[in-house]
Design a protein around this ligand. Structure first.
Ligand code: HEM
Length: 324
């Protein structure tokens, strides 16, 4: 399903030039750039449907650390790069970005940044999951720094709403952005590794998180038993049927005590973020025009501006996994 509306178009046109980022930045310098990314992402998702979620998460983890400058893609010879930080556990999709990069280098050498590939790939992943279609301002350049310690302050599943709010605010993102972007968990899965404390020792209590609905708790515990396989995975929006589909089940689940991740559940325990969730469920709905889908797309565009390098800053990497 494709989501377009006059409201979303207008919002995206008004916001189509961000600093030096602009929609269609590669129109002249590499006209096929967006199509190349789209086709590589499409092929990867066709052979492994979990790719879309992986690429969406990868873009977030790039942006939230030092900004959207591709530092999460770096692999250093000493292994002490950003993507080794604890909160980056389970990041995937590096090979898809690298494949797009090699095709882009063949078509237009030295033109398209890895950070732009990440933002385009996230956009394409959302659309492939039946989410909203939106334009991505591009023109980012790639950073020259990637340290494991830079990932120390990543948002964590065990963070309270207040801490999550502070971490997002530090990057210029509002409470509404926090809710909307967390709802990216409408697609994808989480490892039981991230569930242990929540299910068996919530805040050191030796008991489960009391905000989990008693109707949902047995299913969670069955998939992630105490001492079970930490790599076992479960859909984050609670239903295998909608693991690959962009919808608003995640918001309904959060409101109903059936959030999988503690960080999502925490958003319903805070009056401000709770009111935002309720506003989508009660009034604004899913629509592109003023509803969850359209607002989510706009939040993705805002997230994509964080710390973007432009002009003569940084570099355009030849390969995404190493500095030039
Ligand atoms: C608010 C703070 C956030 C926290 C604490 C958080 C935490 C997590 C955790 C623990 C997982 C499971 C990872 C795994 O087991 O592989 C996950 C998965 C995921 N996250 Fe988040 N997340 C947050 C925000 C976001 C945002 C803002 C986005 C995108 C805009 C996002 C997109 C995803 C996606 C798509 C997945 C599924 C990945 C997959 O299936 O491989 N998350 N997140």
């Amino acid at each position: 399903m494709v989501w377009w509306s006059p409201g979303l178009l207008l919002a995206l046109l008004v916001g189509s030039s961000w600093g030096k980022l602009e929609v269609g930045f590669y129109r002249k310098s590499c006209p096929g750039a967006e199509e190349i990314v789209r086709s590589v992402v499409g092929e990867a998702a066709a052979s492994d449907p979990t790719t879309a979620a992986a690429l969406l998460r990868l873009h977030f983890h790039d942006c939230i650390i030092q900004g959207c400058e591709g530092s999460v893609l770096i692999f250093r010879p000493d292994g002490k790069q950003e993507n080794m930080a604890f909160g980056n556990e389970g990041l995937r999709g590096f090979d898809v970005i690298e494949k797009a990069k090699s095709q882009l280098e063949a078509a237009c050498p030295g033109v398209v940044s890895c950070s732009d590939i990440l933002s385009l790939a996230a956009r394409d992943s959302i659309l492939l999951s039946n989410g909203p279609r939106y334009d991505v301002p591009t023109g980012r350049r790639d950073g020259r720094v990637s340290n494991i310690s830079d990932g120390d302050n990543l948002p964590d599943v065990n963070d309270s709403a207040a801490v999550l709010r502070a971490k997002f605010a530090q990057k210029g993102l509002s409470d509404r952005d926090l809710v909307l972007l967390s709802a990216a968990h409408t697609i994808g899965t989480a490892a039981c590794f991230f569930m242990n404390d929540r299910l068996y020792n919530f805040r050191g209590s030796g008991a489960p998180d009391p905000s989990i609905s008693f109707l949902f708790l047995p299913a969670l515990m069955a998939t992630c038993p105490r001492g079970g396989d930490p790599d076992a995975r479960l859909p984050i929006d609670g239903s295998a049927a909608s693991e690959f589909t962009f919808d608003d089940h995640i918001l309904w689940n959060i409101a109903g005590g059936a959030a999988v991740l503690q960080s999502d559940a925490a958003l319903y325990g805070d009056p401000s973020t709770r009111a935002i969730i309720d506003s989508y469920l009660r009034h604004r709905g899913f629509a592109v025009d003023g509803g969850f889908a359209g607002d989510f797309a706009a939040a993705m565009v805002r997230m994509g501006q964080i710390g973007a390098l432009t002009g003569s800053q940084g570099e355009i990497r030849r390969v995404c996994s190493s500095f030039n």
